[in-house]
Design a protein around this ligand. Structure first.
Ligand code: AMP
Length: 313
């Protein structure tokens, strides 16, 4: 089942304790699509500038990702500059140049209109809402956002939140969106804004799913569910880990016939698997070239580290 994703396709300038890279291919939709492409067909809606070359498009097409919805416009592509100083868990944004995204009006190609799953990756909530309104018949809608949009675009974001089955954000974003520092109270407040469930990503510590009281995905019990992250000896560049988590999570869900509580829980693990690949090298270097065997191997490692045998209870 195909996922349609709208979000940033960008060039990133990144500094981490392991080095610096200038204007490498990145963007929320890019990381998401690559991660999801290992599970299900992916179609992208975005805009890029004249600096987006055939070699950049090939990163998508090599993974079978449909790029017909990537529009080209005069000017430069979105450019994000970020650094990870003290903690590798959260980026410090040093610059956000929206460039061609400033005047973007998303249009859905006819060939995309039968997409059953919609992902509103990190981008201006106005654009997320425009795509959502053109895709009324999808089976499921998931979305992401970040502090940049939470801070100054909150009323536009509020409209998007009401439309979501799952919102995926990190700890800092959950605190900022809710104004609550306690994780449980923050989750309850975010859920009261509309999403049927909330996945809070804790960087190297895994992710927690919270559910609203309405029945969703066959989940009648609203207790939270926590999936661990794989302890990694070396994190080179955390950029895109969150989007890759979302790609693994949603890609797995879209590959399954039905969303059940077990599928949701397994999807949290596949999210962790794809996030763990993303951080091993700069940008998309690792994510563009993973094998199915490596994914399965890592999924099994995740299962092993979370296993609590009955005999120990
Ligand atoms: P994350 O998965 O949270 O590390 O996402 C990193 C990606 O988000 C980078 O590749 C950036 O290009 C992209 N990004 C950064 N800021 C924004 C923004 N304000 N809107 C959309 N995308 C962004």
């Amino acid at each position: 089942m195909a996922i349609l994703v709208v979000g940033s396709v960008a060039f990133d300038t990144i500094e981490t304790p392991h080095g610096k890279r200038e204007k490498i291919l990145g963007g929320a939709a890019t990381h998401f699509s690559l991660a999801a492409s290992y599970f299900t067909p992916v179609r992208v809606i975005a805009v890029v500038g004249e600096d987006f070359l055939a070699e950049h498009e090939a990163v998508f097409t090599r993974r079978g990702i449909d790029t017909r919805g990537i529009e080209r416009a005069p000017g430069l592509s979105f450019h994000w500059t970020g650094a990870y100083a003290g903690t590798l868990n959260e980026a410090e944004t040093l610059g956000t140049e929206l460039n061609v995204f400033e005047k973007f009006e998303p249009k859905i190609p006819v060939a995309y209109q039968d997409s059953e799953y919609l992902f509103l990756a990190n981008i201006d909530p106005v654009l997320q809402a425009q795509v959502r309104s053109q895709m009324r018949n999808v089976r499921m809608v998931c979305g992401d956002t970040m502090n940049y949009w939470i801070k100054d675009h909150s009323s536009n974001l509020a409209k998007v939140l009401r439309e979501l089955d799952v919102l995926l954000i990190n700890d800092g974003e959950a605190r900022m969106l809710s104004g609550e520092s306690n994780a449980v109270r923050a989750a309850a407040k975010v859920l009261s804004m509309g999403p049927k469930s909330l996945v809070v990503k804790h960087g190297e510590y895994g992710a927690t799913a919270f559910f609203c009281n309405r029945s969703f995905a066959g989940v009648d019990d609203p207790s939270p569910f926590r999936a661990p992250a794989l302890p990694l000896a070396e994190v080179v560049d955390p950029t895109g880990a969150g989007d890759s988590f979302a790609g693994g999570f949603y890609g797995y869900i879209a590959s399954q016939p039905k969303l059940t509580p077990a599928v949701f829980r397994r999807a949290m693990f596949y999210g962790g698997v794809m996030g763990s690949f993303a951080v091993e090298r700069f940008g998309i270097e690792r994510l563009q070239d993973v094998s199915r065997e490596e994914i399965n191997e890592r999924f099994n490692l995740f299962r092993e580290i979370s296993h609590l045998g009955d005999e120990e209870i």
